[in-house]
Design a protein around this ligand. Structure first.
Ligand code: SF4
Length: 735
């Protein structure tokens, strides 16, 4: 709601209600104070509970809008790729050049040589998604769009194979009906994972619900909410889950009636778990040797989970961001089904702990025509057939984590095309894609790169043309959020600063230069109206004035409740119509690393890898509270909150003569990083944590002084498509 108030000083101050959504896991209300056309401060929701309260990043957004390093005008590169030397040019020159290069590359090499990628950035239904540029490129004859999601491709794989549906998360209020909550590799106090997740977990704790946290780190979530912390070696979570299944089977504690009614393949899983299949019973002792978790702890947790009903196994997505991370998610779902906790109040389907986007719907503003390049390219062998079902980032011929290799090797490497032009929107791929040094090498090979950005990121330094976009406070947008479910109207607070433009303006002006007269004949306002018309919002103008429409839905929403309460009329969209603990779809993929039942498969770069003699520490790359991926890393207020550092256990630090705050070198065969060390007992021995998102900044020797974790990560996806960003071996030593 927009209101005006006199603050007693000269001139009136406006307070504009708008919505933050910064690829952070949240969607929160900002009350932005504006005076004389400038933002003076930012407050947040202070209304009725549950409030949609902003985190520190949203509250600090004023420093982002007015950051001295904002990109102010279009620029052309004048130095070598990556050097960051640019000169100012006009918008006309910039857009003429981009349009000319798109036409040249299409004519010379064909549409498949054009790549487009966008990250969520500050997402929204009009400016912030694929739609805008996908429409433009599809109208031109298509483009290569990679498939795969960095955040939770392993979870999607598991959900599609096991449930046939990748939207199987409950609303958080369902936690209040639980008797036991297991937070598996999940730190929502820092990562948000939907606004109000922590609020509901606090209420659960206050209600006396037992909370257990399984994580290599003693996270802020563990410290504030959990009754028990169980540290576990990264990449071994599936082994612990499978050993828990062994306890439940051995003691006959499974919910057999549930298994008989709703699942297929339990017997095959049982044969594997009990060792009938391969002669190796997956006992708690077997798992202790792999995970580092004492056998007695695994036994106790298995019994507690099986006996306490309902119980919510909240399978965080970080353990799935490992080599064979799909198996962790498949095993978690199998365990949830074995205990009959799927689709019931207080249970959990053990799906990814992320937004339930199927609760809310929007109309489409700009329609995307079929992509001719997708149609002419055969689906890759490593892609789950149901992955092309239209779910976000599902289409495309190349897994996004193979794209670096695809750019470097092209057709001669077996990829569908030789890639020549890359158009990137709000996507800092040098920083955020695995193996930063190799991504940088790949970008040097391309003929033309365009980057739409707000800052001179590591990726923008490789662009031929940089186009400055405005922040979300400088444009109108609509979006959805949880929890409670709502539609948000993101009111423009101030006019775009400097020469920055909205993403839609850029697309409109490019389309005109490309001769796409049918691209868009509507204004931003008309398109937003059209999007809102396809939603549950009753009246656009009231919605726009109030900034928020809370959806009167019956809550809690329990995923798969229909399928469980009335299975005859609601079969699951799997081939069998049931929960597939055994998947014929996986048999048909003929990949031994994608077995039809959930299995523990030892990761590459595990503690048993011969490489561990050289690089003995397991690196995890977590999310910290002061960044949303690589966003906000340059914001002074947020830098004060938590200095960037690698966390190392006291014993590992002592072995290396490293003291708290000492500058250390972190390295492996892929790269070297120089950062301060944070010596702490809050991470288990043998594991180090370099939070992701710090800005890649290599010196003249190629040593990254910015502390970017992807300088060290491997650009090889897991067989099911998961990003193994928590499967990395490194060594740490005093610099
Ligand atoms: S950054 Fe995310 S969690 Fe923080 S205020 Fe914005 S939307 Fe909310």
């Amino acid at each position: 709601m927009n209101s005006r108030r006199d603050n007693g000083l000269a001139g009136a101050e406006r307070v504009v209600t708008t919505i933050c959504n910064s690829h952070c896991g949240g969607t929160c209300v900002l009350k932005v104070h504006v005076k004389g056309g400038a933002i003076t401060r930012i407050e947040t929701d202070d209304g009725e509970e549950p409030q949609l309260r902003a985190c520190l990043k949203g509250r600090a957004y004023r420093q982002r809008v007015y950051a001295p390093d904002r990109l102010k005008y279009p620029m052309r590169r004048i130095g070598a790729r990556g050097e960051g030397q640019f000169e100012r040019i006009s918008w006309d020159e910039a857009l003429d050049t981009v349009a000319g290069e798109i036409q040249r590359v299409k004519k010379t090499y064909g549409s498949s040589s054009i790549l487009y990628w966008v990250s969520a950035g500050d997402g929204g239904a009009l400016h912030g998604v694929w739609r805008r540029m996908s429409r433009l490129f599809c109208l031109m004859g298509g483009y290569t769009r990679p498939w795969g999601l960095h955040s939770y491709e392993g979870a999607i794989f598991a959900e599609l194979t096991t449930y046939g549906n990748a939207l199987v998360t409950d609303t958080r209020d369902n936690l209040l009906s639980s008797r036991l909550i297991i937070l598996w590799g999940w730190d929502p106090v820092n990562t948000i994972a939907d606004t109000n997740t922590s609020w509901y977990l606090i209420k659960a704790k206050e209600a006396g619900i037992r909370i257990i946290s399984i994580d290599p780190r003693y996270t802020d979530t563990t410290a504030t909410l959990a009754h028990e912390w169980i540290p576990i070696r990264p990449g071994t979570d599936a082994a612990m889950l499978i050993a828990m299944a062994n306890v439940i089977m051995t003691e006959n504690l499974q919910d057999q009636a549930f298994l008989d009614t709703y699942t297929v393949g339990f017997e095959a899983f049982k044969d594997y778990v009990l060792g009938v299949e391969d002669g190796i019973p997956k006992t708690t002792s077997w798992a202790e040797a792999i995970t580092g978790v004492p056998a007695a702890t695994i036994y106790r947790l298995a019994k507690e989970y099986a006996i306490t009903k309902p119980a919510a196994l909240m399978a965080g997505i970080a353990p799935g961001r490992t080599a064979y991370g799909e198996q962790y998610h498949r095993a978690a779902i199998a365990l949830s089904a074995m205990t009959g906790n799927v689709g019931i109040p207080g249970g959990s389907a053990a799906g990814k702990v992320w937004s339930i986007i199927n609760l809310l719907r929007m109309g489409s503003g700009l329609r995307i025509p079929p992509n001719a390049v997708d149609a002419e390219t055969p689906p890759p062998k490593d892609k789950l057939p149901s992955r092309s079902s239209g779910y976000v980032y599902g289409h495309g011929a190349v897994n996004v984590f193979r794209l670096t290799d695809a750019i470097l090797r092209g057709k001669s490497g077996g990829y569908p095309a030789d890639y020549k032009l890359f158009y990137l929107s709000s996507s800092n791929i040098v920083n955020q894609w695995p193996n930063s040094n190799r991504v940088a090498q790949a970008l040097k090979k391309l003929e033309f790169i365009v980057v739409e950005e707000q800052f001179m990121t590591a990726t923008a330094k490789f662009a031929d043309i940089v186009l400055p976009t405005c922040t979300f406070l400088e444009r109108n947008e609509v979006l959805t959020g949880l929890l409670p479910p709502f539609y948000g109207y993101r009111n423009k607070v101030i006019e775009p600063l400097y020469e920055s433009k909205t993403p839609l303006e850029i697309a409109d002006e490019l389309a005109a230069r490309l001769g796409l007269s049918n691209y868009n004949d509507k204004s931003e306002e008309e398109l937003l109206r059209q999007i809102v018309q396809g939603s549950d919002v009753p009246d656009y103008d009231t919605f726009k004035a109030q900034g928020i429409f809370r959806v009167p839905l019956p809550l809690p929403y329990i995923a798969l409740s229909k399928e469980i309460s009335d299975p005859a009329n609601n079969p699951l969209p799997t081939p069998s119509g049931k929960i597939e603990i055994y998947s014929q779809q996986l048999v048909d993929m003929e990949n031994p690393k994608l077995p039809p039942i959930p299995k523990y498969i030892e990761t590459w770069e595990s503690v048993n890898d011969p490489l561990a003699s050289k690089y003995p520490l397991q690196l995890i790359t977590t999310h910290c509270k002061r960044r949303a991926h690589s966003q906000f890393d340059n914001i002074p207020w947020l830098r004060e909150v938590e200095p960037h550092a690698i966390k190392i256990n006291t014993s590992d630090a002592q072995d290396r003569g490293i003291t708290d705050g000492a500058i250390v070198r972190v390295f492996n065969d892929r790269g070297r990083v120089i950062v301060p060390a944070r010596v702490t007992e809050r991470i288990m021995p043998g594991v180090v944590d370099l939070p992701q998102g710090a800005w890649y900044n290599p010196d003249e020797n190629g040593v990254d002084r910015g502390g970017c974790c992807n300088t060290l990560s491997k650009d090889e996806p897991s067989p099911g498509g998961a990003l193994p960003s928590n499967t990395i071996l490194v060594q740490v030593e005093k610099a």
